[in-house]
Design a protein around this ligand. Structure first.
Ligand code: MLT
Length: 326
């Protein structure tokens, strides 16, 4: 009998030592990064760009898993239910964690209770883009055309609660128009259809649309920020083009399932901060109009604050726009 507690204590010590060794080695196998939208869209592109460099810092591969559908809620839900061992993480944007609280009668996850914030990836301005053949060459002409053709005009978005849905619904509500929405699993596939003229317009993150604008395959008629973008110097703001007060920008960030260890969160955050400070990565992201966080904005606590601020701002704003939850 006297040996039993000693043995037990011995095994506990051994267990604690091996857990400490595993934590010290983290990560020691590939990390899966869930992206809740289709491949080729803004969330996927930023994840791959940042993830590639983070993987080098972490010395482990990062496998990007695109789980699109239902405005990102399918992928975010999957991440919320993942094992919290630090090997399944989520890269998503504020739409899926804040805007959609106002848009779904019941969400299968709680943005603030089911995740550990890890770090902000960046903030993205949006651009109102139209198919090339749309008979409007500036915002005033666009507004007139959409107002007069509400029955036939269609706008594209990445599902209820997505960033492009937020951008579109605020635009439509402020222009006082009702037009048909065409949902996609992400704005990557939506953009292909806009280029081929399948629908009329979309409000999407600049990171996704700059190349097609610059190639002349779609038209940019306004930016969602209050200042014009250096990347699109000839495109005025929507706010300054007659829709006073229109301003939407989209932040995205890294999260882990609730209960992920503090050490692991710190390790991923460190890899993220190093990645965003890398001159080649920050140059590329800046070219894509991504506004990068400074040191204070890049902490897990700052991301938690950012999430709460988005919920406080967008849930009442979307409700006030009169959109009925699904
Ligand atoms: C969105 O509208 O939420 C995004 O563009 C989604 C995506 O990354 O495709």
């Amino acid at each position: 009998m006297p040996n039993v507690p000693r043995l037990f204590a011995g095994s506990l010590l051994a267990l604690a030592a091996s857990a400490a060794a595993a934590a010290a080695q983290y990560p020691n196998k590939p990390i899966t990064m869930i992206v809740p939208f289709a491949a080729g869209g803004p969330t996927d592109v930023v994840t791959r760009l940042v993830g590639e460099h983070m993987a080098r810092t972490l010395r482990q591969p990062i496998i990007v898993e695109d789980v699109g559908g239902a405005g990102g809620t399918i992928g975010v839900n999957k991440a919320s239910k993942a094992i919290n061992d630090g090997y399944t993480l989520l890269f998503t944007h504020m739409g899926t964690l804040s805007v959609n609280i106002a848009l779904y009668k019941s969400l299968p996850y709680d943005s603030q209770k089911d995740f550990e914030p890890i770090g902000l990836g960046g903030t993205n301005p949006m651009v109102l883009v139209t198919k090339k053949a749309l008979p409007a060459n500036n915002f005033a002409e666009f507004r007139k055309y959409v107002t007069e053709n509400q029955k036939k005009v269609q706008y594209g978005m990445a599902g209820i609660g997505s960033a492009s849905h937020l951008g579109g619904l605020m635009l439509n509500s402020m222009m006082k128009v009702e037009v048909l929405e065409i949902p996609y699993k992400g704005t990557g596939p939506a953009l292909n259809d806009l280029v081929s003229g399948q629908f009329d317009y979309m409000v999407d993150q600049a990171v996704n649309v700059l190349a097609q604008i610059n190639s002349g395959n779609i038209k940019a008629l306004g930016v969602s920020s209050l200042k014009p973008l250096p990347q699109l110097p000839n495109v005025p703001t929507i706010d300054g083009s007659g829709l006073k007060g229109y301003e939407v920008s989209i932040w995205n960030g890294f999260f882990g399932p609730k209960g992920m260890s503090k050490d692991q969160i710190a390790r991923i955050n460190d890899a993220l901060v190093k990645t965003l400070a890398d001159p080649a990565v920050s140059k590329r992201l800046t070219e894509l109009a991504v506004d990068l966080p400074n040191k204070e904005e890049a902490t897990p606590a700052a991301l938690a604050t950012q999430l709460k601020a988005s919920i406080d701002k967008w849930v009442p704003a979307v409700r006030a726009a009169g959109v009925k939850p699904e």
